[in-house]
Design a protein around this ligand. Structure first.
Ligand SMILES: Nc1ncnc2c1ncn2[C@@H]1O[C@H](COP(=O)(O)OP(=O)(O)OP(=O)(O)O)[C@@H](O)[C@H]1O
Length: 257
């Protein structure tokens, strides 16, 4: 399924936070969204996921659902959002409840997704027994369990240390190589954006508007830390962001005074 954003605009009270966002996210593509603090990245994800409705515009899904999909859209959050009293398997089964699936079908889906994400041996572990990186792997497995058309990822790696972040980026790349999942991936981290994004959307400061879309025409498997082409794109993105970020900083400071 493709995800189509059409003319999305929004105000909170008197503050215009988003203006006329138009974007197509095509099946099998990872689109990263970057922009200065407060430009509306998380708000946009909430609109896409239907948690909130924008004042204007619409979010459309087009094309057939993935086979066996239980939810077309699913979130992966920064704080993992796992229930501490449930095991890994129990956390995954959470999203499979209320779909009228039999016990055996649920068990089969859990086994399948644990195998796909390399977590089979951790099925009975509790979140507190796992490292941050492993917890986020579980959250990603849980998202994949519903066979979503699009994963909505809100800074999924930002709570992790830099080595773990590297490992999880590698994981996401190999997962994408195997499954060609579709994702809208919000991040502050430009290294993440150039490593994972087929396209990187740069939003302006508030009201968030699409400033530019940078296409990165390089296989994900060929990308790695320190790749000169990626570093050049990263510095191009930083140049685009720097003025917006400075201005956004000043606006926040103005409000605080
Ligand atoms: N429920 C709300 N009510 C009022 N204002 C809100 C609400 N949610 C977000 N905002 C405002 O909308 C703007 C966009 O917020 P949002 O969290 O989407 O930005 P962001 O780009 O994700 O920020 P950050 O990068 O800091 O996470 C901000 O000015 C924020 O204060």
């Amino acid at each position: 399924m493709d995800l189509l954003l059409r003319g999305i605009s929004h105000r909170y009270g008197g503050t215009e936070v988003m203006r006329d966002i138009n974007l197509d996210i095509r099946r099998g593509e990872i689109v990263c969204i970057i922009g200065p603090s407060g430009c509306g990245k998380s708000t946009l994800l909430r609109f896409i996921g239907g948690l909130e409705r924008p004042d204007a515009g619409e979010v459309l899904l087009s094309g057939p659902e993935p086979e066996g999909s239980l939810n077309p859209l699913t979130y992966v959050f920064q704080d993992f959002a796992l229930l501490p009293w449930r095991t890994v398997a129990g956390n995954i089964s959470l999203v499979l409840e209320d779909h009228g699936l039999g016990k055996q079908r649920v068990a089969a889906i859990i086994e399948d997704v644990l195998a796909r994400t390399g977590l089979s041996e951790f099925r009975e572990a509790l979140p507190r027994q796992l490292s941050g990186g492993m917890r986020q792997r579980v959250a990603i497995a849980r998202a994949l369990a519903v066979r979503p058309a699009v994963m909505l990822m809100d800074e999924p790696l930002s709570a992790l240390d830099s080595q773990t972040r590297e490992l999880l980026m590698d994981d996401l790349v190999s997962l994408w190589q195997r499954e060609r999942f579709t994702a809208c991936y919000v991040t502050h981290n430009l290294a993440e954006a150039v490593r994972l994004g087929h396209r990187v959307v740069v939003l302006s400061r508030r009201p968030g508007q699409i400033r530019t879309v940078v296409e990165i025409d390089m296989e994900l498997s060929e990308r790695g830390p320190g790749h000169p082409e990626l570093e050049a794109i990263q510095s191009q993105l930083w140049t685009l962001l720097r003025d917006e970020a400075r201005a956004a900083d000043r606006e926040i400071a103005d409000v605080a005074e």
